[in-house]
Design a binder for this molecule. Sequence first.
Ligand code: LRH
Ligand code: MN
Ligand code: MN
Length: 431
Amino acid sequence: PLTSRPVMHIDKHQIAQHNQRLEASHGRRFAQLAEDLPNVEKIVQQLNDFQVAIPSWALGTGGTRFGRFSGGGEPRNLEEKIADIGILHALNRSSGSISLHIPWDIPEDYAAIRTLAAHYGLVFDAMNSNTFQDQSGQPLSYKFGSMQHVDRAVRQQAIDHNIDVIKQGMELGSKSLTVWLADGSSFPGQLNFRKAFQNTLECLREVYEALPDDWKMFVEYKAFEPNFYSTTVGDWGQSLLYASKLGEKAYTLVDLGHHLPNANIEQIVALLLMEGKLGGFHFNDSKYGDDDLTTGSIKPYQLFLIFNELVEGMDSRGMDHTKDLGWMIDASHNLKDPLEDLVQSVEAILVAYAQALLVDREALIEAQASNDVVQAQEVLQHAFRTDVRPLVAEARKRAGAALDPLALFRDLDVRGKLIKERGTKAVATGL
Ligand code: LRH
Ligand code: MN
Ligand code: MN
């Protein structure tokens, strides 16, 4: 039983009423699309099964280096972050898990937290460790790195923290650890690259040793920021090196915003999948760097091309789309309502996935085999230019979610109610 039940919640009747209002126009649009698709039932089912994890740090208004303008009604603690994801999941039935960041999140009573999450139909996705900031009371500083550090004692502190995060994750039923390191250097000569790599590898090995057998470890790479000359896990090659040396439970994690401009992410994805070393995703979008903008807001065609490789690569390896990779959003913005932002990101992911499922694989293979470049482009763009939103909406309807989650969020004045419950000056812990 829950000790305290939040006031704001979305119930079945509100969803049913909303869907009833939109049913006629949705039904028309869906029927028209279904007429042209041979495998519509299968696609709707695949969309229905697809779940993407929500990071606990995306529920508050993100800041920039220059300031933070918090919105009202933001979650003040882990319980309220879970409640927010509960609202999101009730609206779309596609965000059934939460990814924690330790110690931005401080789970105290594990059983109670699990019960609360289960109440909303949520489970715990990857745990994220944090050795990129100094926490109050922490004996040694990460100013010059954590796992790469020249001082063994600092490295040990980073190892211990990661092992503690694994232990906390075990209490919550998580099955994976994501390690993102800010380690690197900002000036030539600051770092011995080989020593930094080897120190990091040694530390990751110790963390890997503490990983339960049924867990995965994701090594997340990032080209730059906060370091601006070198990053010790700077690209997919370096991440793949670590993951290969660590062992079969270690994988590369691709955060879409962590590449140098114009990187061909879909090709990276294809090769990592081929090697069995793609572990998961952090979805977001960007124009310049790690902008963490709403997924699909800047480069929807790239997102589609990535999903095209994912579907093709996973199918060729007999992988389960829903279970075999870790899907997560890693976006948080400073202008939008965080929940509305997440509704948009989840929708964009499902749209890109649906478009990828529409690709005529046989026609594409044929075009490739005959060097028909024009036809290959036609095949891909036919799928990309199909308005698949009725498929995504239909999947939601069948799962008991809202046909138009954003409209319902606004109609119910969810944010207004959260402000009433939590106040206008609520500030989430974290970034
Ligand atoms: C680093 C990153 C990483 C962190 C998160 C807060 O830029 O993408 O995944 O854990 O942001
Ligand atoms: Mn990330
Ligand atoms: Mn990032």
